[in-house]
Design a protein around this ligand. Structure first.
Ligand code: C2E
Ligand code: CA
Ligand code: CA
Length: 662
């Protein structure tokens, strides 16, 4: 029963795999028209040999509709598109073919057996031959639809054998048996062939599936390789690849777009304070905010470049860019609540427009980074658009850099000295050495310009050593009770090698280390806290003293006051200009009070007017420095200046306290 059901299922093509149905259909498309041609030619030949012997309705009128059907079907098959057929359509067509094969087989066999009663032995032999070669031909043409081949074979050889077994002619018995056996063999051959065909199709399908799987995996890998694991945003690699593509598009269409770089402010201290896990959560949250923004419109794509830095490709008119960048900074600056802790970080942004700012990935990224640097150093928490002014600045930086590379340090550099006044004792307590560069190519260049360049181009060490030697030489010309302050850069303070060389130079001179004060800015300390602290301890061990310079311009100053081995704080000159308004006044007076409570010296820089000096004196400030006392002067002039100044030399030396009376 089961076998019967299985056979019926097989015969009706139920449960056949879709891609095999489609493949069968494709193959049949090529064979079936040939099959119809074979039927027409063979039947035409039999009709021809029986013409006149058999009645016309058999040789002509019955055959014509059969021919017509065959021709129409052949044309229908020829015009069928084979490639785009769906499995359902293929199944429908195959079943139709199966049905028609049965109908046509019966029609042809009935027609040929009807003809058999006419004509002599030769004509009857022709009918037998016609049936034999036609059934063999049909089986071959239906090789890809074995169900139809089997049906045709059964419907032809069954009636054929039954018909001839009734006749008393042994030769026809032999022929019919022969045809039956040959058909059986052919059917078996055909089954084998079909099995092989099915296997090929199945393995093709398996191969295609494997290929699809491989493609899917490689797509997944590509996505992973372009995704930042922490934030889920596209990563640095993706950013630069997209930027490259966008540049090519914009260059081809004469379009414009902008590149943005975002950098979180105060992320490092938060990370240091609350730990890396917290830092990661904070970055992920910031990334989510940016993702939300990016998906809210198509105006920009955002990637994490690494650390606390993000890159953007923005499609917006140039006049809207800064506002857009600013709104992004503001969103990042909104406070965060992470694991019950509230924190606030900031975000600065640099923007550069293609093609004005640059035409290559490298140029555009560098320019937006330069704009970011400007935000970071002057406009923290804000967005800066790279401008013509920046371009000029870069050119001047480059000119400085190249002049610096070729400079004769010994010849072109000099130290100037600026006195520091002790308000309590009314005398000069020492000088600060300030570098001066007189470049034969560029003229006078300010240290604010060449120090950062020397740091960037790796010249700082050589320059510091040259300047220090000159400062020591200048000092040896000054009275022995006066101190000398010497500025160290971020690079100097983190380079143990530089510090050791300075100490060697100091050791070789006859100058007491106690007369030296090294000035270090907070920003330099922050660049690498551990390295800076080590160097500072090393310097202090020799008896030299340390000052924290530009105090108040950084943002974590108070912490450093406690942790670092410092003797003096220098309040930045930017606070002095605001000393007359209540908030400026409040800051300066509280720093002075703080220094007093910590037993630290306090120097206020940038004193230009008597009023400022008096105000500071009333606040209890002891040391001041500024144009009011003297502008920085060539070292060789310092001794003469000391002779003639109204400010007496340090009270310790002069033994008296006096200030000029104005
Ligand atoms: P700084 O260490 O804060 O030096 C004080 C700066 O303020 C000097 O500028 C000085 O000329 C200026 N100044 C002094 N009094 C007044 C005043 O009353 N009003 C105004 N407006 N300015 C005043 P300078 O010489 O241009 O130096 C700029 C900066 O360059 C220095 O700031 C220091 O950070 C750096 N620098 C100078 N020489 C050296 C050096 O030999 N090595 C290192 N690493 N840095 C140096
Ligand atoms: Ca200084
Ligand atoms: Ca300073």
């Amino acid at each position: 029963m089961n076998a019967m059901r299985r056979f019926l299922n097989w015969m009706t093509l139920s449960g056949q795999q879709p891609e095999i149905l489609q493949a069968q259909f494709r193959e049949l498309r090529r064979q079936v028209p040939l099959l119809y041609a074979l039927l027409v030619v063979n039947a035409g030949a039999v009709s021809f040999t029986h013409y006149g012997l058999a009645p016309d309705y058999l040789t002509i009128w019955l055959l014509l509709p059969l021919f017509l059907i065959c021709t129409v079907r052949a044309i229908v098959w020829l015009r069928r598109p084979g490639d785009a057929v769906t499995p359902e359509e293929a199944l429908y067509q195959l079943r139709k073919t199966l049905f028609l094969s049965g109908v046509l087989a019966l029609a042809y066999v009935a027609w040929s057996l009807a003809l058999d009663s006419y004509g002599g032995p030769l004509e009857r032999g022709h009918v037998a031959l016609f049936i034999a070669i036609t059934v063999v031909g049909c089986i071959f043409c239906l090789i890809n639809l074995p169900q139809a081949a089997l049906l045709v074979m059964a419907l032809v050889t069954g009636p054929y054998i039954a018909y001839y077994s009734r006749l008393d002619l042994t030769v026809f018995h032999a022929i019919s048996m022969n045809i039956f056996l040959v058909s059986l063999v052919l059917i078996q051959v055909l089954f084998n062939g079909h099995k092989a065909f099915t296997k090929v199709i199945q393995s093709q399908r398996a191969l295609a599936q494997k290929q699809q799987e491989t493609e899917r995996l490689s797509e997944e890998n590509a996505i992973l390789a372009h995704t930042d694991a922490l934030t889920g945003l596209p990563n640095r690699r993706h950013f630069f690849a997209t930027l490259q593509k966008r540049i090519q598009e914009a260059a081809a269409t004469h379009g414009s777009f902008a590149v943005g770089v975002l950098d979180l402010d105060r992320f490092k201290p938060v990370n240091d304070t609350y730990g890396h896990h917290f830092g990661d959560l904070l970055l992920a949250e910031a990334g989510d905010r940016l993702k939300g923004l990016a998906s809210s419109g198509t105006r920009f794509q955002i990637s994490r470049l690494g650390g606390d830095e993000f890159g953007m490709i923005i499609e917006a008119p140039a006049n809207e860019l800064e506002a857009l960048g600013q709104s992004i900074c503001d969103i990042i600056a909104t406070p965060y609540e992470i694991e019950g802790i509230f924190v606030r970080i900031g975000c600065s942004c640099g923007l550069a427009v293609f093609p004005d700012a640059g035409r290559t990935v490298h140029e555009l990224f560098d320019r937006s980074d330069y704009a970011l640097y400007n935000s970071k150093t002057g406009r923290r928490g804000q967005a800066t658009l790279y401008s013509v002014e920046h371009e000029r600045q870069i050119r001047s930086d480059r000119a400085i850099e190249s002049a610096l590379q070729g400079a004769d340090l010994e010849e072109e550099f000099e130290v100037y000295l600026q006195p520091i006044l002790d308000l309590q004792q009314g005398g000069v307590t020492g000088f600060e050495a300030l570098a001066r560069w007189n470049s034969p190519l560029l003229g006078q260049v300010s240290p604010d310009q060449f120090i950062p360049q020397a740091e960037r181009s790796g010249l700082m060490r050589r320059l510091t050593i040259t300047l220090f030697a000159k400062a020591l030489a200048a000092m040896s010309q000054l009275p022995a009770h006066l101190s000398l302050s010497f500025n160290l850069s971020a690079h100097d303070i983190t380079s143990k090698e530089t510090v050791l060389t300075l100490l060697t130079l100091l050791g070789r001179s006859r100058i007491q280390p106690g007369r030296l004060m090294f000035e270090i800015t907070e920003t330099a300390v922050m660049r690498s806290y551990e390295g800076a602290e080590q160097s500072m301890r090393l310097l202090r061990q020799t008896g030299a003293r340390l000052a924290l310079d530009d105090f108040g311009t950084g943002y974590s100053s108070l912490g450093y006051l406690h942790r670092l081995p410092i003797d003096r704080v220098k309040i930045d000159k930017s606070f002095v200009s605001g000393i007359d308004d209540p908030s400026g006044h409040g800051i300066v007076s509280s720093i002075i009070a703080l220094c007093r409570s910590m037993s630290l010296d306090c120097v206020v820089e940038g004193i230009e007017t008597d009023a400022q000096r008096d105000r500071l004196k009333s606040l209890g400030c002891r040391y001041i420095q500024g144009y009011l006392i003297a502008r920085p002067m060539p070292a060789k002039d310092a001794a003469a200046w000391l002779e003639h100044t109204d400010y007496h030399q340090s009270a310790a030396a002069a033994g008296m306290v006096s200030l000029p009376v104005n």
